[in-house]
Design a protein around this ligand. Structure first.
Ligand code: PLP
Length: 396
């Protein structure tokens, strides 16, 4: 009898399996729409030029590798606070905000969900559909997952979402993504965000806002309008911020956990709990990626260079979305796929059955997960005519 015999083997990660299958596919015509990272026109995920420069500067100036402390890089934290709340938010000077460096957006989601649990939450609502790691994190902390309606006819399903959330109990948690919802690309309007904030306040629901694509939808300021409207209405919120995509820092595990409270006392108490959770898991947050981001955002020239690089990533995705959407509308003869153009960020979800996604892969070399999620950034403009011809056969 081995210590390990009580363990049954878990199913393999479907997305990783898809990546391997794509790589070993020997057909000359194949399309990888399954990847979860940004790709440029050459199909690469390059290190941003502002990141390279900031990294070199930081390493040259670095005198020690000693721990930074439980909050990690405090300059980084201050920059992300200003991103999330806006630089003039009164809570910043009233002690009603906390911020911690975290190992990526996922580390921040873990802190947010763990804090909910310490505040008494027993179940957490996630959008249907959502990024599969949301239910993973919630379940790993022993909490129950519930879902709320999210998408309908290519847009946000406000009535459905509000109806489902009105069935939530006071103290329940709600994970809301913004901007650039994964996997649908569908974002609530600023008005919708206000309504979501209102219901969270009225029902006393604890919101965790997952910001993983800041700058990928319309711009750095524009992309925060929704969550800021939400926070204005709700009064309190937890926020998980990821720098993986907008700074291209994936493997450096760079993110921040933040919270906005109604009282400085509440935030002071929450700070001790967040520090306690960090201490019991990674002990101290990683420094490298946060140092790079702080260097970029603290230097006017590097910041301008990063903003220009972010703009070009965003514009490339918007261009590809428009072309794919127009091509699908023409090829299917229906306006249904016109909604792709109104969606944001890297992902959209095509209305395909699981069987269709398997047939697309086996018969046509088009790789995407069973959910029908496609990564727009995985496309090259030259792929669009042929790809839309293939997809249209399944979409009519
Ligand atoms: N939240 C969403 C919705 C995501 O799509 C991602 C990354 O794919 C993350 C959070 C966090 O990613 P990371 O932990 O790599 O920063």
């Amino acid at each position: 009898m081995s210590h390990f015999s009580p363990l049954s083997t878990l199913p393999p990660d479907a997305l990783l399996g898809l990546m391997v299958a794509y790589r070993t596919d020997e057909r000359t015509e194949k399309f990888d729409l399954g990847v979860g990272v940004y790709k440029d026109e050459a199909g690469e995920t390059p290190i941003l030029s502002a990141v390279r420069k900031a990294e070199a500067r930081m390493i040259a100036a670095q005198a020690t590798k000693v721990y930074e402390g439980p909050r990690g890089n405090t300059d980084f934290c201050a920059h992300i606070e200003r991103f999330v709340f806006g630089k003039d938010h009164p809570a910043l000077v009233e002690g009603r905000v906390l911020s911690f460096t975290a190992p990526g957006g996922c580390g921040a989601l873990f802190l947010g969900t763990g804090l909910m649990r310490r505040m008494g939450t027993r179940r957490v609502w996630v959008s249907k559909p959502t990024w599969p790691n949301h239910p993973n994190v919630v379940k790993s902390l022993g909490l129950e997952v519930k879902d709320y309606a999210y998408a309908r006819d290519g847009g946000f399903y406000r009535l459905g979402a509000l109806a489902d959330l009105s069935a939530a109990e006071p103290g329940d948690g709600v994970i809301l993504q913004g901007p650039c919802h994964n996997p649908t690309g569908i974002d609530p309007s600023t008005d919708d965000w206000r309504e979501l904030g209102r219901i969270c306040r009225e029902k006393s629901l604890i919101a965790l806002l997952d910001v993983a694509y800041h700058g990928f939808a319309a711009g750095l300021e524009e992309d925060m309008a929704g969550i800021r409207a939400f926070m204005e209405e709700a009064g309190e919120a937890l926020i998980a911020y990821s720098c993986s995509k907008n700074f291209g820092l994936y493997r450096e595990r760079t993110g921040a956990f933040l919270a906005l409270g109604k009282t400085a006392e509440g935030i002071a108490a929450a700070t001790t709990h967040v520090a306690d959770m960090g201490r019991a898991t990674w002990s101290m947050p990683p420094a490298h990626g946060a140092g790079i981001v702080a260097t970029i955002l603290g230097d006017a020239e590097l910041r301008a260079e990063w903003e220009a690089e972010l703009t070009s990533m965003r514009e490339r995705m918007i261009g590809l979305r428009t072309s794919l959407s127009d091509a699908l509308v023409t090829k299917t003869g229906s306006n249904a796929l016109g909604a792709l153009k109104t969606q944001n960020g890297m992902f959209s979800q095509l209305p395909l059955s699981v069987e269709d996604t398997v047939r697309l892969r086996e018969a046509d070399g088009v790789y995407m997960p069973a959910s029908g999620r496609i990564n727009i950034a995985g496309l090259h403009p030259r792929d669009i005519p042929r790809l839309s011809e293939i997809l249209a056969r399944y979409l009519v």
